[in-house]
Write a protein that binds this ligand. Structure first.
Ligand SMILES: Cc1cc2nc3c(=O)[nH]c(=O)nc-3n(C[C@H](O)[C@H](O)[C@H](O)COP(=O)(O)O)c2cc1C
Length: 205
């Protein structure tokens, strides 16, 4: 079994709840699954290609076997690396904050790397079909306000879940610590309870 941990926040754990969730999940997972291979991607320390001419031209040219410029190759190589690493993982954990109603831009760029017709999804007569149906995932998210599941203004957990569903990953556990800004008097309790849920999830994932 291989598990891939993706961290989309470069703040230190003392200042960041989603990073605390990430570190605690990782520690508890290691203790409870000593035999499993763990891979980590820290998105702020990792080159990520911005989708644009270079990547688009490359994905158009590559299937035809045309020559690629060095610029195309490096953007494509980075994308390929993230894509292949994601495809071989059996389990995925993604930790990220809610910023300005959505996800950090680095996570958006990472998710862009994972879209590949034939590798992560395919088109069928009945519509698009995700190809990664044998994976499961945990989303670790921190957000200052409280959002109910139907609130369309929340484009963070909803956004990542939609992407994973698109790839066929439907077994998704969400650990969300929320409301610590909205209810500052309760923040300590909210965070403590959330981190307990993180521990329980890490043990059974
Ligand atoms: C730049 C920025 C934007 C934020 N935007 C929102 C927001 O749109 N909605 C919300 O509920 N909280 C928002 N917050 C609060 C964060 O969601 C909260 O601080 C959360 O704990 C962030 O995760 P972190 O502690 O891992 O950094 C924002 C915080 C920052 C720093």
């Amino acid at each position: 079994m291989t598990i891939l941990f993706v961290k989309a926040n470069d703040r230190p754990a003392q200042k960041s709840i989603s990073v605390k969730m990430y570190e605690q999940f990782l520690k508890r997972y290691r203790e409870s699954h000593p035999e499993e291979e763990i891979q980590e991607v820290h998105l702020y320390d990792t080159p990520l290609p911005l989708i644009g001419t270079s990547l688009i031209d490359n994905s158009n040219q590559a299937p035809l076997g045309l020559n690629l410029s060095p610029g195309n190759l490096s953007a494509a190589a980075i994308q390929q690396q993230h894509l292949e690493q994601f495809i071989v993982a059996d389990k995925i954990v993604i930790a990220f904050p809610l910023w300005n109603l959505t996800i950090p831009a680095a996570l958006h760029m990472y998710l862009d790397c994972l879209h590949h017709p034939r590798k992560t999804f395919t088109y069928t007569k009945d519509g698009v079909k995700g190809l990664l149906t044998d994976k499961k995932a945990v989303l670790l998210n921190a957000r200052g306000g409280i959002y109910n599941k139907d609130d369309l203004s929340e484009m963070s957990v909803r956004f990542v879940r939609n992407h994973l569903n698109f790839f066929g990953i439907t077994e998704i556990t969400e650990c969300i610590i929320e409301g610590h800004h909205q209810y500052p008097d309760d923040s300590e309790k909210i965070i403590k309870q959330g981190l307990q849920q993180v521990n329980r999830t890490a043990e059974t994932f």
